[in-house]
Structures are given as C-alpha cells and as structure tokens.
Design a protein around this ligand. Structure first.
Ligand SMILES: CCCCCCCC(=O)SCCNC(=O)CCNC(=O)[C@H](O)C(C)(C)COP(=O)(O)OP(=O)(O)OC[C@H]1O[C@@H](n2cnc3c(N)ncnc32)[C@H](O)[C@@H]1OP(=O)(O)O
Length: 185
C-alpha cells in the first residue's frame, strides 16, 4: 500500500464551531443522494460527530440498493463512503469541499438489511487538498475501506457549475442546505 497521505500534510484542528462529539449531524442538502431525506431511494446516511477529527456514519442497505441478489451494489457503497468522507471534511472544517479522488477496497460483501458503520478520519491537509480515510464495518467485521482527496472550493464552484434552476431553488429556500458548513468561510 502506498503511504498515506501521499504528500506532506498538517493535521488541522477542529473548527471552533464544529459540532461537538456525539452530535447528530444534519443532512447537508435535502436532495443529496447520500444523505437527503427527500430522495426516495437515496442512501440516507446518518452521521454523528466523533472525537478529534472523526465522524461516524451509518448506512442501512435496503432492497433498492442491490447489485447482486441480497447484496449491496459496490458503486452505492462507494457513494456511501464519498458521503461519509465528505461529511467529515465539511463538518469538522466547516468548509465546502468536493471529491477529487476516491479509492475503495471491498473486502467483504455487504448484505441487504445490514447497517454499514463508517468511521471516517480526517488525516491531513496541504493547502486546498484534504486527505481523509474510512473503514466500514458490518456487525464488527471490516467490509470496506476507502480513502479520498477532497479539494476545498468556494461557493462560486457550485454557482458556476450547478444547474441554474437548482441553484435558484436553494437561493429561494436556504433551508434545503444544512447549516453546519460555512458557505463563505
Ligand atoms: C458535507 C458534504 C458531503 C459531500 C459528499 C459528496 C461529495 C461529492 O460528491 S463532490 C462531487 C464530485 N466531485 C466533483 O464534482 C469535483 C469535480 N472536479 C472539479 O471540480 C475540479 O477538478 C476540482 C475543484 C476538484 C479541482 O480543480 P481546481 O480548483 O482547478 O484545482 P486544481 O489546481 O486542479 O487542483 C488543486 C490541487 O489538487 C490536486 N488534484 C486535483 N485533482 C486531483 C486528483 N484527482 N488526484 C490527485 N490530485 C488532484 C491538483 O494536482 C492540485 O494540487 P497542487 O495544489 O499541489 O498543485
């Protein structure tokens, strides 16, 4: 395995306004496939702030999430990790960031009806680059590991690239966005 993080980094402090350990974290966007409650067959990850630079997320696999009979689809598991890792970056640093690179190791199948517990850890930052890793367990057994590079961005990233009607909808109803991330840090 390559060394991780792959470049020299520093470990940041939690943002002073980051949610305290054991706080249940809100969805970051109501229409997010990873965490939004408005998405009928979305993953609906639930997350809790941990100690230090950690966040624990939980993903319960339903029949809509299958790739093979009775088993979670690998791409959706990767999505769950993207969300869990992004949640750690967003909530602990309180800065918007997007995934630039995501790698996953699938060690064991994840059955429908089980809950994957994803423990994400913010490993270090170098400028706008944020390195995070996570381990997912099912009933105490490691099933998936992942690591990712997120890049912090400003609000302009979303305004410039997002579909105008969706940007407008959020501007008209800011409650669609969670309040744990500073959009103008
Ligand atoms: C609470 C929130 C939860 C959110 C969970 C969900 C997260 C998501 O799904 S985000 C959606 C998926 N991701 C995206 O759409 C991102 C698409 N990509 C982009 O917009 C751009 O490529 C972006 C913003 C990542 C980087 O572009 P840009 O701002 O021009 O920066 P750029 O200069 O290219 O890169 C910055 C640094 O990162 C490095 N970098 C960028 N991409 C990569 C990569 N794939 N691999 C390695 N390094 C990379 C660059 O080499 C550069 O390094 P250095 O500073 O040392 O020169």
């Amino acid at each position: 395995m390559n060394s991780w993080p792959p470049v020299e980094t520093t470990v940041p402090d939690r943002h002073p306004d980051a949610p305290a350990p054991d706080t249940e974290l809100p969805e970051h966007y109501a229409h997010c496939f990873g965490c939004g409650d408005s998405v009928e067959h979305g993953l609906r990850l639930r997350a809790t702030a941990g100690e230090g630079m950690t966040v624990r997320s939980r993903f319960t696999v339903t029949t809509e999430h299958q790739g093979a009979p009775g088993l979670a689809h690998g791409g959706l598991l990767a999505c769950a990790f993207d969300e869990a890792l992004g949640s750690a970056v967003g909530h602990l640093l309180r800065r918007p960031a997007v995934t630039a690179k995501l790698e996953t190791d699938f060690l064991r199948p994840v059955p429908v009806g089980t809950t994957l517990v994803i423990d994400a850890h913010l490993d270090g930052i170098a400028g706008r680059k944020v390195y995070v890793s996570a381990e997912g367990t099912v009933e105490g057994t490691t099933a998936v590991r992942a690591r990712a590079l997120f890049i912090t961005v400003d609000l302009k990233h979303f305004v410039d690239h997002g579909r105008p009607e969706d940007i407008r909808r959020v501007a008209e109803n800011p409650a669609l966005l969670g309040r744990s991330i500073d959009v103008n840090p």
